[in-house]
Design a protein around this ligand. Structure first.
Ligand code: SF4
Length: 294
């Protein structure tokens, strides 16, 4: 673990002010502005206090290197569009997204993810809303920018912790290879547009609320990667649960007529918010999370 407590606002400013962002300036009425400046302002308030786990950054570096290799590999391939940033105007805001790869002939849009085996297994079983939303936004941007359509969406998931022995031992859901291609549901044009409009509205309302009331919106359970609550049937004198069930009713039913029912009790375990606890850089300063963790 390394922290950056030594950073001063001056150093942050010196670094940031070297970045030329003149091409990102937008205009509305008589104002010239960077629409995300307010968000950056919030981050800057805490920038010198943030603690970053450098070991996590290694995986980001690996992810970036995959993109660089991909870009080089497709340099002269006319049938593949690689790492293209596309823009669209939605409710007077400019939105943009950068696709990893589009195979023009097969009309397939692909996004590469370096992730854990656990994420892949979970996405194969239950789908992953964030991946589905991201790729459908890219498909929308592609159609808006080119007038052409996308027929297929794929996530190419590279498992950073895949292990052959583990695969041979586990079998079952464990992916047979470190690379898994996931087919992602393609929405209709109308569904894509409705989703994007809704998200932009949420951001616009949040911006106004923050500027006027100094309040940030609460993250949803889905955004926090909240695991579901469980009901542990525990037995006196035993550390691990006898059974872990999804509902109180199931737990009650299990206990009913059980030979040791007098020694059993049901304990509700609140589902952990995985992102807050492990992956959110601002968790330390987040009222929502800190209030709940008390
Ligand atoms: S820590 Fe706060 S900001 Fe971060 S995901 Fe959790 S609720 Fe959202």
């Amino acid at each position: 673990m390394a922290d950056n407590k030594e950073l001063t606002y001056k150093e942050v400013w010196d670094n940031l002010s070297k970045i030329d962002c003149s091409d990102k300036v937008e205009k509305k009425m008589n104002l010239s502005y960077l629409s995300w400046a307010w968000a950056w302002g919030v981050l800057q308030e805490h920038y010198d206090k943030l603690t970053i786990d450098v070991s996590d950054e290694i995986w980001k570096l690996l992810g970036q290197s995959v993109h660089t290799i991909l870009e080089r590999a497709n340099e002269n391939n006319e049938d593949t569009i690689t790492e293209q940033r596309m823009f669209a105007t939605v409710k007077d805001w400019t939105i943009s997204g950068q696709t990893d790869s589009i195979d023009v002939k097969s009309k397939t849009l692909k996004d590469y993810k370096v992730t854990s085996v656990w994420s892949i297994v979970s996405a194969l079983k239950e789908g992953k809303a964030e991946w589905e939303q991201q790729l459908n936004i890219y498909a929308y941007l592609y159609t808006k920018n080119t007038g052409k359509t996308i027929d297929q969406l794929n996530i190419i998931a590279i498992a950073r912790d895949w292990n052959k022995n583990q695969y041979l031992r586990s079998g079952g859901d464990y992916p047979p290879s470190p690379i898994t291609v996931l087919n992602i549901d393609l929405w209709s044009d109308e569904e894509q547009e409705a989703f994007i409009n809704q998200r932009v509205s949420i951001h616009q309302e949040a911006e106004v609320d923050y500027l006027i009331n100094d309040k940030l919106p609460l993250c949803t359970d889905a955004e926090r990667w909240r695991r579901k609550d469980t009901y542990r049937v525990e037995k006196k004198g035993r550390k691990s649960a006898v059974r872990v069930l999804d509902t109180q009713e199931e737990a009650d039913k299990y206990m009913d007529g059980h030979k040791d029912s007098k020694l059993l009790k049901v304990v509700e375990a609140k589902g952990e918010c995985v992102r807050c606890a492990n992956y959110c850089d601002v968790a330390e300063f987040c009222n929502q999370y800190n209030e709940e963790s008390k």
